[in-house]
Design a protein around this ligand. Structure first.
Ligand code: BGC
Length: 271
């Protein structure tokens, strides 16, 4: 296990339609080279996706011990996928961590996509140097969440799937179906109507977790001026600062965090 000073790690973002990767500068939280995007194979079975991940990595000239972080749209518990959103159901129960590690020959760390975006915000964006309870939410096709306590991630919080109690919200399967960015688009909601749904959601989340800071990510975060000022919460709520590349950056940062943690554990074991 390497304890050397590292300035770069590699991040990969796996989504339902594309698999994107690039080396990341770990000091600045920026890509060091253009990212490469390969369409997600269909069907997106574990084997097919692992081949694509290996192909993507092989296109870069990486040092053998370069740690690699991979985001995945699923609950990832100790490397194992427990759910599968927008990817083949065969993933459920697959040890994604060891599959990618074996297939690529690199130490690979797999993380839920929203947790990765959250790590990017906490390490380099709107949550940088913020202690206490920080909650990052991503508004996209679904709603993802990443919860941090003094910078440490509580993984797999899945707060898009809470239930809201208004008569309108109860007509939907869960909060995500009611207030994701995809709901705004699908129902062609104006900003005020959508913001009222966000108000309901974030008030509930605020009541449950009493966060010190809420960060709103996902593609629609770049239009934050249209809806964040309409919200009335007791918690500070801000837009994410890292936009499209948050997943890649967060994945790389996670890989470095995991490498350091493993080195620390190995040292403790030796002492
Ligand atoms: C999934 C989460 C994921 C989020 C954003 C949700 O539907 O349950 O695991 O983080 O969508 O992709």
């Amino acid at each position: 296990m390497s304890t050397k000073k590292r300035t770069t790690a590699f991040g990969i973002d796996i989504g339902g339609s594309g698999i994107k990767g690039a080396p990341v500068d770990l000091k600045k939280g920026e890509l060091v080279a253009d990212r490469l995007r390969i369409p997600t194979p269909q069907p997106s079975t574990p084997d097919a996706v692992a081949d694509t991940v290996a192909e993507l990595i092989a296109s870069f000239d990486l040092e053998a011990d370069m740690p690699i972080g991979v985001t995945f749209p699923a609950v990832i518990q100790h490397g194992v996928a427990k759910t599968a959103a927008n990817v083949d159901d065969a993933w459920i129960g697959t040890d994604a961590d060891s599959l990618f590690t074996k297939r690529t020959g690199h130490d690979v760390f797999v993380v839920n996509d929203a947790d990765a975006a959250g790590i990017a915000e906490v390490d380099f964006g709107a949550g940088k140097k913020r202690d206490g309870v920080v909650l990052v939410t991503t508004l996209g096709t679904g709603v993802g969440s990443a919860l941090f306590v003094d910078g440490r991630l509580v993984p797999n919080t899945e707060l898009g799937h809470v239930f809201l109690d208004s008569a309108e919200a109860r007509e939907y399967a869960d909060a995500e179906k009611y207030m994701a960015e995809s709901a705004r688009e699908r129902e062609d909601l104006d900003w005020e109507t959508w913001a009222a749904r966000l108000q309901e959601y974030y008030s509930h989340i605020e009541f449950l977790f009493s966060p010190d800071l809420i960060i709103v990510g996902g593609g629609v975060s770049k239009k934050h001026k249209k809806y964040l000022p309409l919200l009335d919460l007791r918690t500070e709520i801000v837009a994410a600062e890292l936009r499209n590349e948050a997943g890649i950056i967060g994945a790389a940062s996670l890989a470095r965090r995991a490498e350091k943690a493993a080195a620390k554990a190995a040292k403790k074991h030796k002492d």
